[in-house]
Ligand binder design. Structure first.
Ligand code: ADP
Ligand code: ADP
Length: 228
């Protein structure tokens, strides 16, 4: 469902972030993306949801060439791909409920069905009782769960997470991993860029290592493989 063929990315400032990547990621896989800072992990992820366009090569997501896709088709792609960031990126003046509802792209759906779907995902992330809270009234782990709820509210087939546990203490981080695992078990492909060695080495999944803009390792049940 995700395929990169000879993908290169040079930024306008001349930095060569991705230097010829070929990769396939199947439906319902759980994949860690590891590698040192500046290796190209974020660029690799950003190209999948068309936040960046590859300089050359092809990226196919669910049968569509996202590099060549017209801008008007990008919103539809974004409904197929949920994104979660290290710093949550919640809207501070909106409640938990509103943050999630805001992301729900309903086409001619009733208020009742919007409410049903929002409460369904809030219940999945175990935050139904905090629907009326503002983000700054929540702990970091709770805020990350809101951002995960927001990312999956449109039922995306792919969930991209860039350092989702980076700002969380170890125990809270494990709670987030349980949640990502549950989402993965429901059939969503999960791709997680991370520096969390403990999580990668304990909760074994496919590991793709990126270094210098290249895939240097791709193992079915891999290890983190770096000191930190
Ligand atoms: P990682 O996520 O592994 O830290 P990045 O993809 O963020 O790596 O960065 C790869 C390289 O591309 C780095 O040298 C970084 O400075 C550069 N880079 C990232 N984003 C941009 C950008 N928007 N413009 C220019 N250079 C960038
Ligand atoms: P991360 O550490 O999560 O990969 P960064 O802190 O590297 O993120 O990047 C934050 C933002 O700054 C990104 O949107 C990225 O596009 C941009 N950026 C990163 N490196 C550069 C760079 N060398 N030149 C311009 N923009 C950059």
């Amino acid at each position: 469902m995700i395929e990169m063929k000879d993908v290169w990315k040079t930024y306008n400032n001349g930095i060569k972030a991705i230097n010829g990547i070929d990769i396939k990621i199947g439906k319902s896989e759980f994949v860690y993306i590891v590698g040192p800072s500046g290796a190209g992990k974020s660029t690799f992820m950003r190209m999948m949801y068309r936040e960046e366009v590859p300089t050359s090569g092809t990226i196919i997501i669910n049968g569509k060439d996202v590099g060549k896709m017209k801008n008007k088709h990008v919103p539809k792609l974004r409904r197929e791909i949920g994104v979660v960031f290290q710093d949550f990126k919640l809207l501070p003046k909106l409640t938990v409920y509103e943050n999630v509802a805001f992301a729900l792209e309903v086409i001619e759906e009733s208020k009742a069905s919007t409410r049903k779907r929002v409460m369904e995902v809030l219940s999945l992330v175990n935050l139904k009782n905090k629907a009326r809270f503002l983000p700054d009234e929540l702990s970091g782990g709770e805020q990350q769960r809101v951002s995960i709820a927001r990312a999956i509210v449109n039922n995306p087939s792919i969930l991209l997470t860039d350092e989702p546990t980076g700002n969380l203490d170890p125990e809270t981080a494990w709670g987030i991993m349980d949640l990502l695992d549950q989402i993965n078990n429901r059939g969503t492909t999960v791709i997680m860029a991370t520096h969390n060695k403990d999580i990668v080495n304990t909760f074994r999944k496919r590991v793709i290592a990126i270094d210098g803009g290249l895939v240097t390792r791709d193992e079915a049940r891999g290890e983190y493989g770096y000191e930190n």
